[in-house]
Design a protein around this ligand. Structure first.
Ligand SMILES: C[S@@+](CC[C@H](N)C(=O)[O-])C[C@H]1O[C@@H](n2cnc3c(N)ncnc32)[C@H](O)[C@@H]1O
Length: 353
């Protein structure tokens, strides 16, 4: 076996530290909740030892893939270290200060505790909720500033490694257009949130024209701060609904969509897939990443059930039983493939053969 390089050791050490930090945060915050707000403690199932071991194996395998794909040149190795560490460190105390209001919402089952501007004329009803019991739902700068840190802790430091799994199928799908200038390729990220996936895509496709769309202006403002300050290619960010994309038919060569489907009711899930199909040029590729599901990862059913119980995720129970491949097929997609990486399922599909 080859001796690992300094960069590989640094990457693996970083991931191990993030994993320990995530676990420690969850352990301490749960203890604090048990002490201060026992009524808010969700009734979750104990994770069996065998599943815990399997989770660790699956996380290690995700990191192996993440390292190998960087080493093969799919994306630069610096991506593996590229988080807004200083922002995150400065924001971390606010996560703790935010916890009591999160517990209060869970205790009172108050899932519509939103800012005044959360109008039903501006947003679909299913969106106007405190997903994850998050303060302000997706509708404030406060929420947008804490979101990435919360997700990274939730996934024990593996959130970006899971998002990067869209890159291999995306680049494979775009080979279809390799005779065109790279700058003419248009890639759309639906429900881009704070732009982490676009950040990864830009590293792998520095010349492509990138657009992100999301319903939350606050999240787009955060994405703009992180994506558009340096000297890399500008990313276009638009407020809009994935169910009615404001783009012409056939105007994109690729579409990505990460961690959206599980937060949509079934009908909206189908509508988003149909819109992705519509805006793709024939031959274009769609790459989705979202939670694993019961059919492909039955060994993690307790983790999925606990997630649903601990966080306000009103459509998750339906999502984990949903047949996404059938939905893709119904939308018109062909060449559908799916693979699992730790807690993420990644599908790719093309418009046409
Ligand atoms: C769990 S976050 C995922 C964000 C991002 N893709 C990521 O990887 O972190 C879900 C995002 O979907 C957005 N969203 C929810 N429903 C949407 C819809 N119908 N159209 C567009 N964006 C939507 C939310 O505002 C939020 O930013």
């Amino acid at each position: 076996m080859a001796t690992p390089s300094i960069t590989e050791i640094a990457y693996r050490t970083l991931q191990q530290s993030r994993s320990i930090a995530g676990l420690a945060h969850k352990e301490f915050s749960t203890r604090l909740m048990e002490w201060v707000a026992p009524d808010a403690v969700p009734s979750t199932e104990t994770v069996p030892e065998a599943m815990f071991m399997e989770l660790r194996r699956s996380l290690a395998s995700l990191e192996d893939t993440d390292w190998q794909e960087a080493e093969s040149g799919l994306y630069p190795k610096r991506q593996l270290f590229d988080q807004p560490w200083i922002d995150w460190a400065a924001r971390y105390p606010r996560l703790w200060l935010d916890l009591p209001s999160t517990w209060m919402r869970r205790q009172k089952r108050n899932v519509r505790d939103l800012p005044d501007e959360a109008s039903e004329t501006l947003y679909p009803d299913y969106y106007l909720q405190n997903f994850h019991h998050q303060t302000d739902g997706y509708l404030s700068d406060h929420s947008a500033e804490l979101y990435d840190l919360q997700v990274d802790i939730l996934f024990n430091g593996a959130a970006d490694a899971m998002r990067r799994r869209v890159l291999a199928p995306l680049l494979r799908g775009l080979r279809r257009f390799e005779d065109r200038p790279a700058a003419s390729l248009r890639v759309l990220d639906v429900a881009t949130g704070t732009g982490r996936t676009l950040h990864q895509i830009r590293a792998a496709l520095p010349e492509a024209t990138l657009t992100g769309i999301d319903l939350s202006e606050a999240y787009l403002r955060q994405a703009n701060r992180w994506l558009n300050q340096g000297r890399q290619g500008l990313v276009q960010l638009l407020k809009g609904n994935g169910e009615q994309l404001p783009f012409a038919d056939g105007s994109m060569q690729a579409v990505t969509c990460v961690f959206l489907l599980h937060e949509l009711p079934a009908q909206a899930r189908q509508a988003v897939l149909e819109e992705c199909y519509r805006v793709l040029e024939p031959g274009g590729v769609l790459v989705l990443a979202d939670s694993i599901q019961l059919a492909d990862s039955p060994q993690f059913s307790v983790a999925m059930e606990n997630f649903r119980r601990a966080f306000h995720e009103p459509y998750y129970a339906d999502y984990i039983r949903d047949d996404i491949e059938a939905r893709l097929s119904q939308a018109g997609f062909r060449g559908i493939t799916g693979e699992s990486h730790f807690m993420a399922r990644v599908w790719s599909a093309s418009k046409g053969a």
